[in-house]
Design a protein around this ligand. Structure first.
Ligand SMILES: Cc1cc2nc3c(=O)[nH]c(=O)nc-3n(C[C@H](O)[C@H](O)[C@H](O)COP(=O)(O)O)c2cc1C
Length: 184
């Protein structure tokens, strides 16, 4: 099974990208997580540019999603909502509507913020958007609050409890994917 990780942060030392790396370590055997690295190249959505084929960075995103059995989004929270670059990428991925690459795709959302609430609003909004696009969204959240204190110098999560929660979260995504795609 292949899971595509999408971090909603472009920052080199992003805690959300770190969360995806931590998730990759916790996956059941036979499951691989690849992190999409082209978010920064995706242009602002413009319906005039949304022709087939779309801009190369958009096609790269669509191909990465299409080639994955499931998607795991790690989102920061910007002003109580989804970072613009992530929403923009999801908007591109949502077209064409009828057979967009996220339709029917199992998806889960996690999130880290330096505040006290662990990006729960952003996570809720990403789940809403993914659901509107047609993904099959796992109905759970993983709030990672005060993210600056959660990782050690090697990028590992310090707290066993948080590692366990993350493992449960990705296991729920894997289970949902296997129910849908038994051979994955
Ligand atoms: C424009 C902007 C808005 C932010 N708004 C929020 C917010 O509403 N709630 C919150 O908990 N953190 C907020 N933060 C802090 C982010 O949680 C913090 O920068 C976090 O580390 C971003 O994730 P990253 O490490 O993956 O880049 C904001 C940061 C920026 C740059």
């Amino acid at each position: 099974m292949r899971v595509l990780g999408i971090s909603g942060s472009l920052r080199q030392d992003s805690f959300n990208s770190g969360l995806l790396r931590a998730a990759a370590e916790l996956l059941p055997s036979g499951v691989e997580l690849e992190v999409f690295d082209g978010l920064k190249e995706i242009p602002p959505y413009d319906a005039d540019d949304d022709v087939a084929p779309g801009p190369a960075p958009v096609e790269a995103l669509r191909e990465a999603i299409a080639g994955a059995d499931a998607v795991l989004v790690a989102t920061p929270e910007y002003n109580a909502s989804i970072p613009g670059v992530l929403k923009n990428a999801l908007d591109w991925a949502s077209r064409p509507v009828a057979d967009n690459v996220l339709r029917g795709k199992p998806a889960a959302v996690i999130g880290a913020s330096t505040g006290l609430f662990g990006a729960v609003w952003a996570q809720a909004e990403v789940r809403k958007v993914l659901g509107a696009i047609g993904a099959e969204v796992v109905d759970r959240e993983l709030p990672v609050m005060q993210a600056h204190a959660q990782f050690d110098e090697y990028g590992n999560l310090r707290e066993e409890d948080l590692r366990n929660q993350l493992a449960e979260h990705v296991t729920a995504l894997v289970r949902a994917t296997r129910e849908k795609v038994p051979t994955a």
